[in-house]
Design a protein around this ligand. Structure first.
Ligand code: NAP
Length: 326
């Protein structure tokens, strides 16, 4: 069911008090779909509600309620949350275009900082626990992969907005958990773009293409974020947790692994350096996040690239996307 934020949401059935109410912001994000997928299988009595700005396509999960509205509008989000009284708010919404953020600064700040400040204000009013996503782009990439106690030093405007968003949580006098992750990939119903989908499309074109061989990260399978969020909701663990895959590799090697797992021709992928690519925003070259704290705190293990890609391939097959999985 889709409700418009400023009109008909008051008509939804009363929230069942025995269930924890989880409000997921950014229904159309790549990570939200995987988080919802895992949480809806949780043995926990959870009621999942979703908010979308309508900027991205999304598929409404069975029997779940979606609101359309703008979380950067303080009045709108406050009214919604005062009505819903969520126990947990998960913020996956973000302005994530790293290069465009250099020029669309106001828009990036509005979503990544003002929006988060609004959620923090709402959590203060409702005592909700805020689970907020951040990135390894808050670091300069001189000495990655990074641990939670490393000092932020962003290179680009996107990273700066994400640091400011984190600071809004940390200084907000609320219960918060920040999950810093990097290079997300995985299957979604809308086939939302990520590095894997981009590489598969390029490979399908059958022409040679270039991928940087000097940017390093530990790509993260989105379903693993779902398991982490489930653990955080159960334990109400607070603070900062790094969430990243088990393998730390260059984008070029990642692309070659994608070709291998999806049985495409690796020879179409050529190495290129970042300097030759002329991207608008500077990138952390040795990025990535070390997930040891999350793994030891919650007894979980993040997927390595091969197992993550194989799982993604299986999910695409099951969903009938045989164009990518022959
Ligand atoms: N993708 C990565 O590789 C990566 C790496 C490191 C960290 N992260 C962080 O992880 C979180 C989730 O990332 P993701 O990749 O899942 O997000 P995503 O797929 O890029 O989606 C972001 C979502 O934010 C929502 N949004 C709200 N207001 C928006 C606006 N004004 N303009 C554009 N979008 C708006 C949109 O969902 P609705 O249309 O439903 O509102 C959009 O789908 C973010 O905090 C991101 O910074 C991502």
């Amino acid at each position: 069911m889709l409700f418009s934020l400023n009109s008909d949401f008051m008509t939804i059935p009363q929230i069942q008090k025995e269930k924890q109410t989880i409000l997921i912001i950014g229904a159309g994000s790549k990570s939200a779909e995987a988080i919802g997928r895992v949480l809806s299988m949780s043995h926990h009595p959870l009621r999942l509600l979703w908010l979308t700005s309508g900027t991205s396509p999304f598929i409404i999960p069975n029997n779940e309620t979606i609101f359309q509205g703008d979380f950067t509008n303080r009045k709108e989000i406050k009214e919604l949350c005062l009505h819903l009284q969520p126990n947990v708010i998960i913020n996956t919404a973000a302005y994530t275009n790293v290069d465009s953020a250099e020029t669309e600064r106001q828009k990036a700040w509005q979503v990544n900082v003002t929006g988060v400040e609004n959620l923090v204000a709402v959590c203060r009013l409702t005592d909700a626990h805020l689970i907020h996503f951040s990135t390894d782009y808050i670091f300069d990439g001189e000495h990655g992969p990074y641990v939670e106690t490393d000092a932020p030093h962003p290179l680009g405007y996107y990273g700066k907005t994400k640091v400011a968003g984190e600071n809004a949580c940390i200084g907000g006098n609320i219960d918060y958990t920040i999950i810093r992750t990097n290079v997300l990939y995985g299957a979604t119903k809308t086939l939302k773009q990520d590095f894997v989908m981009w590489t598969l499309k390029k490979l399908a074109e059958g022409k040679k293409f270039s991928v940087v061989n000097d940017q390093f990260s530990n790509p993260t399978f989105i379903d693993d974020l779902g398991y982490l969020v489930d653990k955080i909701i159960r334990s109400r663990a607070k603070g900062i947790f790094h969430a990243g895959g088990a393998d730390w590799i260059s984008r070029y090697d990642f692309a070659k692994m994608i070709a291998q797992v999806f049985r495409e021709d690796q020879n179409h992928i050529l190495p290129i350096t970042t300097n030759d690519l002329h991207q608008a925003a500077a990138r952390p070259m040795r990025g990535g996040v070390i997930p040891l704290k999350a793994e030891t705190t919650f007894g979980i293990k993040f997927s390595g690239i091969e197992s993550g890609l194989l799982a993604m391939r299986r999910q695409l097959q099951i969903a009938g996307h045989h164009e990518w999985t022959i």
